[in-house]
Design a protein around this ligand. Structure first.
Ligand code: PBG
Length: 324
């Protein structure tokens, strides 16, 4: 048989495979999520996310130094607190946990991008991402709170704010308030296509942010939809989003690709808690090779079109990339 075309020619050894590889993962693609709590000398492992911790501010600083030394350019910060009320007012307090953490990071470490999650669910007594009236999550009233939270983060020193509440119009509300206060150069990374996903389970344990009644399906997206993601992204870009996000990542690679093909803005993908825990659990059982699977998953998220990946595996990936 005379075969002219032989795809295997380009797979014959590692050097050739490297030369023709279309997608490469780089430490600069990574964003590392971190949870900060009150107290001192706290480094407490999250039960459903082995290898992920609650840090008090003092130990958070040490952790971020390590993250920075590994070459990871950015962190995404979440505050965890027991100080909750109906309006999530602790979320925008000047001396709230996130605000304190940001100030300390900015005082002690230079040259790391601090992104903050802007939401209410970790701060409200009902666990929803907005103001609740008569059992309903009220959109427009929530916008003032979301904008206030974002401003308080920026005033503390946050480099980028990332609203994750999925209320309509929140990007505009944040942009307007930040601009009014003179923060015209602070980018917004919008959780634009955020699905109502069961993969957030472990995170809700970590952030103590599970809804006390109902679910988030009246504001987060239905996983059966894909056109809707494009509409959400388009709106957020119109409202002033600088970076858009698709979340979760692994079950939504098609969405990442459509977004990348449809818009000319940087796309972030959030490989969420459940994606992390799933791999961790299988690896612990000895059923999967953790490193190999994580590198495959991360590369696939980039191949789908993500410019940056938020992942709890960021430190591991950084380490594995540097020893390749
Ligand atoms: C807050 C928020 C959530 C996540 C990020 N920001 C949880 C949720 O919407 O319930 C999930 C992150 C993860 O699962 O890793 N709204």
């Amino acid at each position: 048989m005379k075969l002219i075309k032989r795809p295997r020619r380009l797979r014959m050894n590692q050097n050739i495979r490297d030369m023709v590889r279309e997608t490469s993962l780089c430490v600069k693609d990574l964003i590392y999520p971190l949870f900060v709590v009150e107290g001192e000398k706290v480094k407490a492992e999250i039960r459903s996310m082995p290898g992920v911790y609650h840090f008090s501010v003092d130990l958070l600083i040490e952790e971020i130094k390590e993250v920075k030394d590994m070459g990871i350019p950015a962190i995404l910060l979440f505050g965890v607190t027991s100080q909750k009320d109906e309006f999530g007012s602790y979320a925008y307090k000047e001396d709230g946990i996130v605000q304190k953490a940001i100030k300390e990071i900015k005082d002690r470490i230079d040259d790391i991008v601090v992104i903050t999650d802007v939401c209410m669910c970790g701060y409200t007594s009902h666990g929803h991402c907005g103001i609740v009236e008569d059992g309903e999550i009220v959109n427009d009233k929530t916008l003032d709170y979301i904008a206030k939270i974002a401003l308080s983060h920026v005033e503390a020193g946050a480099d980028i704010v990332a609203p994750s509440d999925m209320m309509d119009g929140r990007v505009r509300a944040i942009r307007e308030l930040l601009d009014e206060k003179g923060y015209v150069n602070t980018p917004i990374m919008a959780y634009s296509a955020k699905y109502a996903s069961s993969f957030y389970g472990p995170f809700r344990e970590a952030a103590d942010s599970a809804p006390k009644f109902g679910d988030r399906r009246s504001y987060q997206m239905d996983y059966g939809n894909s056109d809707e993601a494009l509409r959400e992204i388009e709106l957020d870009i119109e409202e002033g989003a600088d970076i858009v996000m698709v979340k979760p990542a692994l079950s939504y690679l098609d969405i990442i690709r459509r977004v990348k093909d449809s818009f000319r803005v940087p796309v972030a993908a959030y490989s969420v808690s459940g994606e992390y825990s799933m791999i961790k659990a299988a690896a612990r059982m000895g059923w999967l090779d953790e490193k190999a699977v994580v590198m495959e998953v991360m590369t696939s998220i980039k191949r789908a079109g993500a410019d940056m990946i938020i992942t709890y595996f960021a430190k591991d990936v950084a380490k594995w990339l540097s020893t390749q």
